[in-house]
Design a protein around this ligand. Structure first.
Ligand SMILES: [Ca+2]
Ligand SMILES: [Ca+2]
Ligand SMILES: [Ca+2]
Length: 249
């Protein structure tokens, strides 16, 4: 009897752990000083004059990262350079149905850099574009510009690594923006393609997106992931409980 009860309790505990321990599924991510090409990103363009490579670690910051330092101007191919992942239609369907989260941990290199598409982070669905571009104040505090939205000066944050998250955990198709866990903006709907009715080629991209300007940043984490909706979690837990209770009955 004791043994049977123990089994049931264990069964319930395992089900709950499974629900809690699998909160997200990574679609693609860049971590630390690893070459993004080995992580599933594609170089765009495939050769470049922009400086890129590993930092292990990034000097006194003590953080492993991958640098993309665009000090190149002009209009030649390779005067820009980014890493791109093209989500599959299954990725997009999972993001829409389960919810998604986009994470960027990055440091702007060079205090007093103008906000520039040479430091950018973007997710495009077929119908919407969420893009963040960055610069810094003279004192090193980051400046963040949301495409189609506001510009935020992150006073007091300093010139180190910061984590920017676009979160659509509620799977309603818009994103809440936070920096180091502090909410900045909510329900960002992104920018539709022009002309009206046309579609984007979906991508998840970071790096330098502009030929004739400059900007440098070091990227320690870039992640695209799905997150189960709270409702889904609830159903899983309820299903687990029902299973155990049926066995008890
Ligand atoms: Ca400041
Ligand atoms: Ca949302
Ligand atoms: Ca450039």
């Amino acid at each position: 009897m004791v043994s049977t009860t123990l089994k049931r309790v264990t069964c319930l505990a395992v089900l709950l752990c499974l629900c809690v321990a699998a909160p997200a599924t990574v679609i693609v991510e860049h971590v630390g000083a690893t070459d993004p090409v080995t992580e599933g990103f594609v170089m765009n363009p495939s050769s470049t004059s922009v400086t890129y490579g590993p930092l292990s670690p990034d000097g006194s910051y003590g953080v492993d990262a991958w640098m993309v330092h665009d000090n190149v101007t002009g209009y030649a191919t390779g005067a820009e350079f980014r890493y791109m992942y093209n989500p599959s239609s299954q990725d997009l369907a999972d993001m829409a149905s389960m919810g998604s989260k986009l994470t960027l941990s990055m440091r702007v290199v060079g205090d007093g850099s103008p906000v520039t598409p040479c430091i950018f982070f973007r997710f495009k669905s077929t119908t919407r574009n969420w893009q963040l571009t960055f610069g810094s104040e003279a004192d090193g505090d980051p400046i963040l510009s949301v495409y189609g939205g506001s510009v935020y000066t992150l006073d007091g944050y300093g010139n180190g690594y910061h984590t920017y998250i676009l979160d659509d955990s509620d799977a309603d198709g818009d994103y809440d923006l936070s920096v180091d866990g502090n909410p900045l903006a909510s329900d960002l709907v992104g920018v539709a393609p022009y002309p009206t009715g046309s579609t984007y080629t979906p991508d998840f991209t970071f790096g330098s997106g502009d030929k004739n300007s400059t900007g440098c940043a070091n990227y320690s984490l870039v992640r695209l992931e799905t997150v189960p909706e709270p409702a889904t979690m609830g159903l899983l837990i309820a299903g687990g409980l029902g299973f155990v209770l049926r066995r008890r009955g």
